[in-house]
Write a protein of this length. Structure first.
Lengths: 307, 499
């Protein structure tokens, strides 16, 4: 048991947390304006690829991250335009975007890097690690909290910022209103479409960061379909966390931990394909326990017309 | 003159919704706007509230012409509207719902304490008590109505439009609302009240304008008018007074014994319900909506199986049987929510009429179109259903006409037992008269009818016996002779029956 649960397991859980958390926050903000963003996976994949490409072209990690955000935002704009402006079914658009992203990144991998399957450059620098002064010297805690990629710390700041924005500011209040009852919000002169676009673009930024953490943080490479279902796990974290930033963070932590656990279990001579099921089994169990708790369901129920 | 709408005309395609309608409102006046469905009341108010632009005509405020291009313009000009379907955010607090759009700010922050203080101030000023920190979803509909009015007042409205404000309220809540309207009018606010309910209009309004087919048929003082005169102006003819003739009551058709339904919640949805409906009898169920009436109907009609008890139809046990089996055992059902259960909006009038009649109009599994058209066509002419053709989609019919189609379809089943749930909800007086007449005729022919209605006057008018439901229990039974509106209201609200 000591071998299974040690500091490095928890530290790796934190590493696994960041991409899921960032994407899940993007999903949460979309859910709050009434759009169920199934395209998180695709947005993240585009971000992951753009981060590597940006880094490859400029040799700068910051430029890579920036490009990741820009590309994901452009991609999310497509989702917004289709579902808000043209009123297409957001789930169908999201699924289409996921496949588009998979094809596009695979194609671009061959067109730009001229490789199949994966691109790896051992000289490429990843995201900087941050050793927190003082804390890094505390024996157990230091190993756990310190020395992670900078995006992990940023993602935690985003959780706090988003929680504050949604529940303390006027603008956040109107965003919640637009999601809960768009008709009523519109009748009060709240610009619902504009708010929805804002939320979708924000989710693009967050998914771009999530992708960058995936390709430049955990490893320094891009492989075809490297998001590997994390976007969907993030979607579940969004639902499980009731689209509350703090709740989403807690749910993401659970999934991050399960993912690192599944990797660790491989060291115990369990078949890889078996351990890879662990996060998904936990997802199913989690959904089972929280099946009636969706706040969106509540809202929908009480908004049903009386006719 | 505070507000004048002058010669307003508005057409949708070839249909004129408003034809040269003029309307005047004085300060401190309660002005009711009545008319049948589709008479153009709502269109006129949507024009005033900036949701529609008129084809021609002019709106003047204090003698000065104004143009209303959006609800924001209307709000800026001091016109507020309380919609028929509340525009509230149920997971937000009362204060949040009232200040939304004009939130008190502290920098970028939403000052919720100030919002609550504003709310309390407003509610004291106008004598409409609310709890600012309560979630709107947890407030009863009467309080939600109050919140809507406070919201409009917070926005600075001088003219308040109320669209069918009493449709969802209990009798007691209606009384409170009418009182509040009167008080606000005495404080100088002006009201435009859209309503079907002539008794309420006569009680609260100063002036009544009647619309028919998009034209004003008259403007009268409430003190000099009465229900008969108004209905005549609305419908364009005299309404026939219907009375229940005495009839021999026969053997029981539907018998319920000890019905219980849990439904996941701690509190039972239905608790030990026992009653019967006999031949030649209309049994009315009164109650504030949401006290188990819907669940009871679902159990009887087979949409949901009870946890305990028995349902006997024509002596045959049908509890938990599929809908199809119950219907063939002798049940027809006019459902309470016509859009959810009654029709398919995208199907045509003929197809909607065919539902439940497919067995009779087929040969070897192929539908006999000619028979079907003849059958539905006969209903359309007999019930006076206003539809373009039998191929018109149901969604293009007005609520009242759709309801007539459903009533015709279910009556044509000619079953010994009929459920009539909210048979005239949102239906104008003409259609209401027609539907009531058909139900009474079915009773005369020896049919057994279970009537569920949140409209007390309807229950009182049609029923031979009245049962009152509260929180999933039957809390009282009254005979038609003994029942009065006061007695039923008291039972509905949980008071003890005084016998």
């Amino acid at each position: 048991m000591d071998q299974l649960f040690d500091v490095s397991l928890f530290a790796s859980a934190l590493r696994m947390l960041a991409p899921i958390l960032l994407a899940a926050l993007g999903g949460a903000i979309c859910a709050r304006v009434g759009l169920f963003n199934v395209g998180l996976e695709g947005l993240m994949l585009v971000g992951a690829f753009a981060a590597i490409a940006g880094n490859y072209w400029t040799g700068s990690v910051a430029a890579g991250v920036l490009l990741a955000m820009i590309c994901s935002v452009l991609f999310s704009l497509l989702l917004g335009y289709m579902s808000i402006h043209l009123k297409a079914n957001v789930i169908v658009v999201g699924i289409a975007l996921n496949f588009l992203a998979l094809g596009l990144t695979t194609f671009a991998l061959r067109a730009i890097f001229n490789v199949k399957g994966a691109y790896y450059d051992k000289n490429m620098k990843g995201l900087p690690k941050w050793d927190i002064p003082l804390i890094k010297d505390i024996p157990w805690l230091g190993d756990l909290l310190s020395g992670h990629s900078i995006l992990i710390y940023i993602s935690i700041l985003i959780v706090i910022g988003l929680q504050f924005y949604l529940f303390k500011t006027v603008s956040g209040f109107r965003l919640l209103a637009a999601g809960e009852n768009p008709t009523a919000a519109r009748s009060l002169g709240i610009k619902v479409s504009r708010i929805q676009y804002g939320a979708v673009l924000m989710s693009g930024v967050l998914c771009g960061l999530a992708g960058a953490q995936l390709s430049l943080g955990n490893v320094t490479m891009f492989t075809e379909g490297m998001t590997d279902g994390r976007g969907f796990i993030a979607l579940v974290a969004t639902m499980l966390g009731q689209s509350n930033p703090l709740g989403v963070a807690a749910a993401s932590l659970l999934f991050g931990f399960m993912e690192s656990l599944s990797i660790r279990l491989q060291g115990f001579a369990l078949p890889t394909h078996f351990t890879m099921m662990v996060p998904y089994v936990v997802t199913l169990i989690a959904m089972f326990f929280f099946k009636d708790k969706g706040y969106l369901q509540e809202a929908r129920k009480s908004n049903e017309s009386s006719r | 003159m505070l507000l004048e709408m002058d010669a307003i005309t508005k057409s949708y395609g070839s249909v004129a919704a408003n034809k040269g309608v003029s309307f005047k409102l004085r300060k401190g006046e309660v002005h009711a706007l009545v008319g049948e469905n589709g008479a153009g009341k709502t269109t006129l108010m949507r024009i005033l509230y900036g949701m529609e632009t008129p084809d021609s005509g002019m709106i003047k405020l204090n003698g000065r012409p104004v143009s209303m291009n959006s609800p924001m313009d209307a709000i800026r000009n001091g016109i507020g509207m309380v919609h028929q379907h509340f525009m509230l955010f149920s997971s937000f607090t009362v204060a949040e719902n009232i200040v939304i759009g004009r939130e008190p700010e502290k920098g970028v922050l939403f000052d919720r304490k100030a919002a609550a203080a504003e709310t309390v101030k407003l509610s004291e000023q106008y004598g409409m008590p609310v709890d600012p920190w309560k979630k709107v979803g947890e407030c009863p509909l009467g309080v939600q109505q109050r919140i809507e009015i406070l919201k409009v007042l917070y926005q600075g409205a001088e003219v308040i439009i109320l669209d069918e404000p009493t449709g969802v309220l209990t009798p007691l809540e209606v009384k409170e609302l009418l009182l509040a309207i009167r008080q606000l009018a005495d404080q100088g606010k002006s009201f435009i009240l859209i309503s079907h309910k002539l008794n309420e209009v006569l009680e609260v309004a100063d002036v009544i304008t009647v619309l028919r087919d998009g034209e004003v048929t008259g403007t009268v003082k409430a003190s000099e008018s009465n229900e008969e005169q108004l209905s005549r102006m609305m419908v364009g003819r005299n309404l026939v007074q219907q009375a229940r003739a005495g009839i021999q009551i026969g053997k029981p058709v539907l018998e319920l014994a000890g019905i219980g339904l849990k439904g996941g919640k701690a509190k039972a949805l239905l608790d030990n319900i026992t009653f019967s409906v006999r031949e030649g009898e209309i049994v009315g169920i009164a109650g504030i909506s949401g006290n188990g009436q819907s669940e009871l109907l679902q159990v009887i009609s087979g949409l949901c199986a009870p946890d305990s008890g028995s349902v006997k139809l024509q002596g045959k046990e049908v509890a938990g049987s599929p809908v199809h089996a119950i219907r063939s055992a002798g049940m027809a059902h006019i459902p309470e929510d016509r859009y959810q259960w009654g029709v398919s909006k995208d199907a045509t009038v003929a197809e909607n009429g065919l539902m439940g009649h497919t067995k009779r109009h087929q040969r070897l599994g192929i539908l006999e179109r000619k028979d079907i058209r003849a059958m539905v066509g006969e209903w359309v002419s007999r019930f006076g259903i206003k539809t373009g053709s039998l191929a018109t989609k149901a969604q293009h019919l007005s609520g009242g006409n759709l309801q007539k189609l459903i009533v015709a379809r279910e009556l044509a089943q000619e079953t010994p037992f009929l459920i009539a749930a909210e048979p005239t909800r949102g239906v104008d007086v003409g259609a209401m008269e027609m539907i009531h007449g058909e139900l009474l005729r079915r009773r005369q022919e020896g049919g057994a009818i279970l009537l569920v209605s949140s409209e007390l006057s309807e229950v009182l008018k049609l029923s031979d016996r009245i049962l009152v439901m509260l929180e999933g229990k039957m809390v009282g039974e009254l005979s038609a002779e003994a029942a009065t509106e006061e007695k039923i209201s008291l039972l509905m609200a949980g008071g003890k029956a005084v016998v």
